[in-house]
Ligand binder design. Structure first.
Ligand SMILES: NC(=O)c1ccc[n+]([C@@H]2O[C@H](COP(=O)([O-])OP(=O)(O)OC[C@H]3O[C@@H](n4cnc5c(N)ncnc54)[C@H](OP(=O)(O)O)[C@@H]3O)[C@@H](O)[C@H]2O)c1
Length: 432
């Protein structure tokens, strides 16, 4: 889409909630700066809402409509900004907008991680643009960095703290020793967690974001369903306490790896050395840590959510669309390779394990022998006495996950093991 110095650009805004109302405010308040940066006057012309007779602050009431046709059929509207969330009707609205050659900006990670590739292709066919910076890590411009600055970086790994809710909960547990349930209640009370936090705590929200990041970084299609994820519901404060004694910090990490032209993307709670740059990302902050042949390591961090922070990423996408006079690099396909996936079981990982065992002679020897039989090397063991049982806190040498999981299966069947063994991966120590 082309913009001249005197051009006026009209936007159709879908949704006037937390982010939508802030986009309106930002475009109003920063109109002078935005005009200088984009070379055009950008304003919202119409706003789609579900109910018309609700009092709303900010935009004038005659801007609101409950009929999508009012927006999509308006020839003056050339950019649709979708901020209603969810997959339906957002998918239909965006599809129709692209079909009509309108550019689209969205913050919708659910939609992009599931239907993004269809929409990217459609936008190319229609010679228009779709941008989605705000769908991952709020105000942090990670998609732009991956798409533009890292094109020659040959990225091999992405580690992401991409869910502010779980990072807040784990930070609280770590800081105060709180149980998971209490830290979640505090997150809800302070507005860092939804009333229904399932998507966040189960790792699904992070999985959607990691699918988007991996697709862009590795130039290959990774969808939400391709990402294995585990959440933080079963985290025990004891693990956080023992990890701290070992100099480790617990985070919910997204991990995307490219190895021998194969991809693996997972989300799981992981322990990081306190010296690792991601270990100091606390509270609701997000961070993305990139490793690549040409860049060594780069970390981007900042607010991962928030109405105004997310709106700022949306507005920067709008400006980028308006300023781009010809289809440039950003309009090239997100995924131009079709890489295969490799199985998580083939990854070499380091594990931490806390085991509740019967405090009887010979128990350590029988556990060591199970691990020895599976070629799993024990790096350190600390024994803690707790009531009638003893606790063993073990860290292992890097090992194929397949071997470690096979050993755990055998271990669980030993009569002296008193609780289900729940290992936690230790990341950031150079394993594959
Ligand atoms: N909030 C953040 O910090 C953040 C951060 C990153 C990305 N995002 C993404 O940004 C998008 C918007 O999030 P948000 O926090 O602004 O959500 P929100 O506060 O719930 O706002 C969504 C708005 O869209 C409206 N809406 C829903 N379905 C609609 C429909 N069919 N037609 C018209 N309006 C409809 C809702 O109206 P009702 O009031 O009638 O329900 C609500 O006002 C989501 O994709 C979200 O994942 C948000």
């Amino acid at each position: 889409m082309e913009a001249s110095r005197t051009q006026s650009i009209n936007i159709g805004l879908l949704g006037y909630g937390t982010v939508g109302s802030n986009v309106y405010q930002l475009l109003e308040e920063q109109s002078g700066e935005i005009a200088k940066a984009s070379g055009a006057t950008i304003s919202i012309k119409k706003i789609l809402v579900r109910e018309s007779d609700v009092p709303r602050s900010g935009a004038p009431s005659d801007m609101f409509t409950t009929d999508f046709a009012d927006i999509i059929d308006d020839q003056d509207i050339t950019i649709i900004v979708e901020l209603i969330g969810g997959t339906e009707p957002a998918f239909d609205y965006i599809t129709e907008a692209l079909e009509k050659g309108k550019a689209v900006v969205t913050a919708n990670k659910q939609l992009i991680s599931q239907q993004g590739f269809y929409l990217f292709k459609l936008s190319q066919e229609k010679k228009t643009q779709i941008k989605f910076e705000a769908s991952v890590a709020g105000a942090i411009p990670v998609i732009r960095v991956l798409r533009e600055s890292m094109v020659a970086a040959n990225l091999t790994s992405i580690y992401g703290i991409v869910n502010g809710t779980t990072n807040f909960i784990l930070s609280e547990m770590s800081k105060t020793g709180a149980r998971y349930e209490d830290a979640l209640a505090r997150a809800q009370e302070w507005g860092y967690a939804e009333a229904d936090p399932t998507e966040d705590i189960s790792g699904l929200d992070a999985a959607a974001k990691m699918a988007i990041l991996a697709s862009i970084a590795f130039h290959s299609t990774v969808k939400l369903g391709d990402v294995d994820c585990a959440g933080i519901e079963d985290i025990n404060p004891l693990d956080i306490e023992y990890a701290r004694e070992l100099g480790l910090t617990l985070k919910l990490l997204g991990v995307a790896k490219l190895y021998q032209d194969k991809v693996n993307v997972r989300v799981y709670p992981a322990l990081l050395s306190r010296e690792h740059p991601l270990a100091s990302v606390n509270g609701a902050y997000n961070a993305v840590f990139l490793e690549g042949d040409a860049i060594d390591e780069i970390m981007l961090s900042g607010p991962g959510a928030g109405g105004m922070e997310t709106a700022s990423a949306v507005v920067s996408d709008i400006v980028s669309i308006v300023s781009r006079r010809t289809p440039g690099f950003l309009e090239y396909p997100v995924a131009y390779k079709e890489l295969e996936f490799f199985d998580g079981e083939d990854v070499i990982s380091t594990f931490y394990l806390r085991l509740e065992v019967e405090d009887v002679p010979g128990v350590l020897a029988s556990i060591a022998s199970v691990f020895g039989d599976h070629q799993v090397g024990i790096q350190s063991v600390i024994q803690k006495g707790r009531g009638a049982h003893a606790e063993l806190v073990m860290v292992f040498h890097p090992v194929a996950e397949k071997s470690f999981m096979a050993a755990l299966k055998k271990l669980a069947a030993l009569p002296d093991i008193k609780s289900e063994p729940r290992p936690i991966r230790v990341e950031g120590n150079g394993e594959q």
